[in-house]
Design a protein around this ligand. Structure first.
Ligand code: PLP
Length: 435
């Protein structure tokens, strides 16, 4: 039963249905405090948004200074902070990219990317992966390959032109452990899908580079170079969804940089302001940028590139530059090592996936050694929810992914090794209590 004080919040926002989430009233660095004064380590950075920690001083100061100066300039006018932030993002983003289109949310940014790709190629189809997440708007809900969103939206999904392919995910997709063989099979499968859909009908391939909420799985080495080659060969625009992985979460500014490839379009959101204000956008290659200017395409949203958000974004980039990215690469390997220890001590932890400060632990049924059936589809008991609940009792917040057969850990970059030890201790207690 939902308490009346929480009801309007629950009605207007998404909550994970199976986990008792606290009402957060305060935040500082990697920690948040609930209405009863209880403090928690925020081990999921509020859905992988608060990369630099809560209430960052530099970002807060930049925003209050902006508020004093001018709080909002519509997309119909130029604005100094919007232009400066665009330049700063382009300086750390894909090298051949020349333009940024700002939106408010990651879903909108993906819609803009797909809209541009379809309009430019005059082709209808967008390829996306099963086990992917791109948002919950009508378009992105159709494109995503996340069972929970698709099931919830099935009565309204109506945007045509999406085709799915299998991600390079072992063993759920290809049942092979060798990374080279996994990449071979995943690429052969993708080419099969492209040829059967008809390359001329395909506008774009939209993909996360490291899977986010759907499992934090990193691709096998070389996979993305071959995806890039297939896109070039068949004239398909490659759109990297870096909404969750961007701004250092996976160890570099953007996850595709580790793969040695450049997408044609890249969406971003969450970490751009370290969630101090809503902001999202798409960067595009010079070729697409010139086409947009030539055609006079207008895809902006009123609050896209809001001045307050842009001032937060500039300060956030300064923070990423000065300490953020170094911190991920310092503490990330320590977290991974400790998680590998948990994996070897607990049979129900099938693997440790991810990189940087983004990890997913697939939890398997101890009886069968296979993933649990997603309980939101099956309406059963979910032990992964129970582990997250027990961790919250120990003062560590995290959530299952989508599907909820795995636990996602993605703390803010300001955590230290003692914080990591605290996460591991809570995880051990949670696993032991439930299994
Ligand atoms: N793309 C990815 C990879 C995401 O993880 C998310 C949100 O979690 C989205 C898109 C949608 O972003 P938003 O919730 O801001 O619309």
């Amino acid at each position: 039963m939902v308490e009346s004080s929480q009801r309007s919040d629950v009605l207007s926002h998404w909550h994970h249905p199976g986990v008792d989430v606290p009402t957060i009233v305060d935040g500082d660095g990697a920690y948040v405090t609930d209405a009863d004064g209880r403090t928690y380590l925020d081990a999921l950075s509020q859905l992988c948004c608060v990369n630099l920690g809560h209430s960052n001083d530099r970002i807060a100061a930049a925003m209050s200074e902006q508020l004093e100066r001018v709080q909002f300039v519509s997309p119909g006018s130029h604005n100094d902070v919007r232009t400066e932030l665009a330049d700063r993002i382009l300086a750390v983003g894909p090298e051949r990219h020349s333009d940024v289109f700002f939106s408010v949310s990651g879903s909108e940014a993906n819609e803009v990317a797909v809209h541009l790709a379809r309009a430019m190629t005059d082709a209808p189809t967008v390829l996306t992966r099963y086990r992917s997440y791109h948002g919950t708007t009508l378009g992105t809900g159709t494109l995503g390959g996340d069972t929970a969103t698709r099931t919830a939206l099935s009565s309204t999904v109506g945007v045509p032109g999406s085709a799915k392919f299998l991600p390079p995910l072992s063993p759920e997709a290809f049942d092979v452990d060798d990374p080279d063989e996994l990449a071979d099979r995943a690429i052969a499968h993708l080419e099969f899908v492209i040829r059967n859909e008809g390359p001329d009908s395909i506008a774009a391939l939209l993909t996360e580079v490291v899977g986010g909420s759907s499992g934090a799985y990193a691709p096998p080495p070389g996979y993305f170079e071959r995806v890039r080659s297939l896109c070039d060969e068949y004239d398909i625009l490659l759109v990297a969804d870096e909404v969750l992985t961007g701004f250092g979460r996976c160890g570099e500014w953007f996850a595709h940089q580790t793969e040695g490839i450049e997408p044609d379009l890249m969406s971003f959101a969450k970490g751009v302001t370290s969630a101090h204000a809503p902001l999202a956008g798409v960067t595009v290659s010079e070729e697409i940028g010139s086409w947009v200017r030539r055609e006079g395409v207008e895809l902006g949203q009123t609050f896209g590139g809001h001045a307050l958000s842009c001032s937060a974004g500039i300060a956030a980039i300064d923070e990423y530059d000065e300490w953020g990215l170094d911190a991920v690469n310092d503490v990330g390997p320590y977290l991974e090592r400790r998680l590998r220890g948990v994996e070897s001590d607990h049979d129900v932890v099938a693997d440790v996936r991810g990189r940087g400060l983004l990890f997913g632990l697939p939890i398997v049924d101890p009886e069968t050694g296979r993933p649990f059936v997603d309980p939101r589809v099956d309406a059963g008991e979910n032990p992964v929810d129970a582990v997250a609940d027990r961790m919250a009792d120990e003062g560590v917040l995290t959530l299952p992914g989508r599907p909820s057969t795995q636990l996602i850990l993605a703390p803010p970059f300001c955590v230290d090794r003692d914080d990591v030890d605290r996460v591991i201790e809570a995880l051990e207690i949670g696993l032991e209590a439930v299994f």
